[in-house]
Design a protein around this ligand. Structure first.
Ligand code: ADP
Length: 528
């Protein structure tokens, strides 16, 4: 990386240098990353552009506590230096720790890493930003607490970062935003707010009852740039006495429709209460063998190669992976209900295994469903060989078989046009599905990276034309995604920016995040 820092727009080198030494006097020299190798972890490792400097920070700061964060804010406001907050910065495929606006200073909260409290009876935890799913899981295990975390695909990420981005996992507590309760937030002006019941000076129900008294604000701090979250409460799943993990493999592409419709009924009636996953063949195969075993040509894998791979690995074209939690007698009945529901689908193959509450499954995906964080999702990086990277296209899909088939056909065809396999699947949450497609590319090949980025843009525009929107996006497309939510000439974004200007008049907090630009930097929209 070039040693000269990329400065924030409108900030002179002299003003920046003064701000940086003021920051250093707050956090101490070892907690300031000024450039070169020290800043490398703050570049997007999977940038879908030819030059990752498009999202390069100017520096990174690692404060130790809320007081230091407040002092940093005072300086940032005075010098108009933008900050970009991350908890652990492992938001890979959406930008990692890199800021939307090049030249921003990353505020890395990994040193605020205490698990402040866990209540086993009421099943909640209160954590700081640097706490990862691995940390929380280990903490519960060490103390023998009968509580589960709900890990997302990669367990090394932070509980707070993932929840604020509305990430999801695979147990009955898979909707992370829904399982959040209570926050402490530092506002741009340095004010420290505790939401909900946390606003009582000696409150006892902060992580128990979300609304508190009066307007509720927690959701305002998700996927936004309105504050720096320094504490968060979350609900944990009481460890079940038993659980079953099942997989149903389906032979044909068109089975997706009936899978989605059947699964929706099972979820809405409460038979399956967790986030079940419908994996496409290629995603299911990753980790079982490299792509080159079946196809090494350019362009997407041909149908015949996919069919051969399916046969050889004994996997389905679609693979439904689900879990049932509770008393053994109850989950055995639920298992039969699931099997019955899918019995009419030709060639559907069911396998399942029941575990006692203390047993642990071996396979990566199964472990996630048993509340055990892991890193098996990263197997996908080996699919195409070389130094793998990926960017994700994540449209929300109604839980209706016709919509799922339509989105699948649309993504598969467009991906093929750009030379990518359909590496994807759906995570089902009752009324909606999270459809996630990953464009996997070689990170040292600027052409492939750019092509992946271009594909994402084409997919977003296809989706929009068909009436679908993404739930999350890479830094590169935050403006584009926000512009797609265009009802009444973009009224939603106008509202978001009105709130932004009221809370952060100097525009120092994460400018451009989710397409929300502060007044002073609004002309940066669309700029990369
Ligand atoms: P993780 O490491 O858990 O995957 P990150 O730390 O990269 O997640 O956070 C993802 C995104 O969420 C960041 O890019 C930032 O926009 C936002 N974010 C993360 N932590 C905070 C926080 N403590 N306060 C405000 N926003 C945050």
């Amino acid at each position: 990386m070039n040693a000269d820092p990329v400065l924030p727009p409108g900030v002179s080198a002299a003003r920046f240098a003064r701000a940086l030494s003021a920051f250093e006097s707050i956090v101490g020299a070892p907690n300031v990353c000024r450039g070169g190798a020290a800043l490398a972890p703050y570049l997007d490792p999977f940038a879908p552009v030819a030059d990752a400097r498009a999202f390069a920070p100017s520096a990174a700061l690692l404060p130790a506590d809320v007081d230091e964060i407040r002092a940093i804010l005072r300086i940032a406001n005075a010098a108009r230096v933008p900050l970009w907050t991350v908890s652990t910065g492992r938001n890979f495929a959406y930008g990692g720790a890199a800021p939307r606006l090049a030249g921003s200073v990353v505020l890395d909260l990994q040193r605020l890493n205490r698990i402040l409290d866990v209540d086993e009876n009421l099943a909640w935890a209160l954590v700081e930003p640097g706490v990862s799913y691995f940390d929380l899981h280990a903490h519960l295990r060490e103390r023998g607490m009968k509580l589960w975390v709900d890990p997302p695909a990669a367990g090394w990420g932070s509980v707070i970062g993932n929840t604020l981005e509305r990430g999801f996992g695979y147990t009955a507590y898979g909707d992370h935003a829904a399982a959040q309760c209570g926050m402490e937030v530092v506002l741009a002006n340095g004010d420290v707010v505790r939401t909900g019941m946390g606003a009582l000076d000696a409150g006892t129900a902060w992580p128990l009852y979300k609304p508190g008294y009066g307007p509720a604000f927690d959701a305002l701090f998700m996927q936004s740039n309105y504050g720096i979250v320094t504490k968060m409460g979350l609900w944990l799943m009481p460890a079940p006495s038993a659980y079953t993990i099942g997989e149903i493999q389906f032979e044909r592409e068109e089975d997706l429709g009936v899978i989605v419709d059947t699964l929706r009924t099972l979820q809405l009636r409460g038979t399956i209460e967790q986030h079940a996953v419908i994996e496409g063949a290629i995603r299911r195969a990753a980790g079982m063998g490299p792509r080159a075993r079946w196809y090494s040509g350019n362009g997407p894998m041909p149908e015949a190669a996919i069919a051969a791979m399916q046969r050889e690995l004994a996997i389905g074209r679609w693979n439904l992976h689900y879990a049932l939690y509770g008393e053994p007698e109850v989950i055995d009945v639920q298992q039969r209900m699931v099997e019955r529901a899918f019995a009419s689908v030709t060639h559907a193959r069911v396998t399942s295994k029941r575990y006692t509450g203390s047993e642990e499954p071996q396979g990566g995906g199964d472990r996630n469903m048993a509340g055990i964080p892991g890193m098996s999702a990263f197997r996908m990086l080996d699919w195409r060989g070389g130094e793998g990277a990926h960017v994700d296209f994540s449209p929300l899909c109604p839980a209706d078989g016709r919509d799922a088939l339509r989105q699948y056909a649309l993504v598969k065809a467009r991906a093929a046009e750009y030379g990518f396999d359909y590496y994807g699947g759906f995570t089902a949450a009752g009324r909606h599905l999270h459809h996630v497609f990953a464009a996997i590319f070689e990170r040292n090949d600027p052409q492939q990276a750019t092509r992946a980025g271009d594909l994402l843009r084409a997919l977003m525009s296809d989706a929009r034309a068909a009436g679908y929107g993404v739930y999350r996006s890479h830094l590169l497309y935050m403006d584009y995604a926000a512009a797609q939510y265009s009802f009444n000439d973009g009224a939603l974004l106008r509202l978001a920016q009105t709130v932004k200007d009221a809370l952060d008049p100097q525009g120092v907090l994460a400018p451009g995040k989710q397409g929300i630009w502060p007044a002073a930097l609004r002309d940066m929209r669309g700029y990369t």
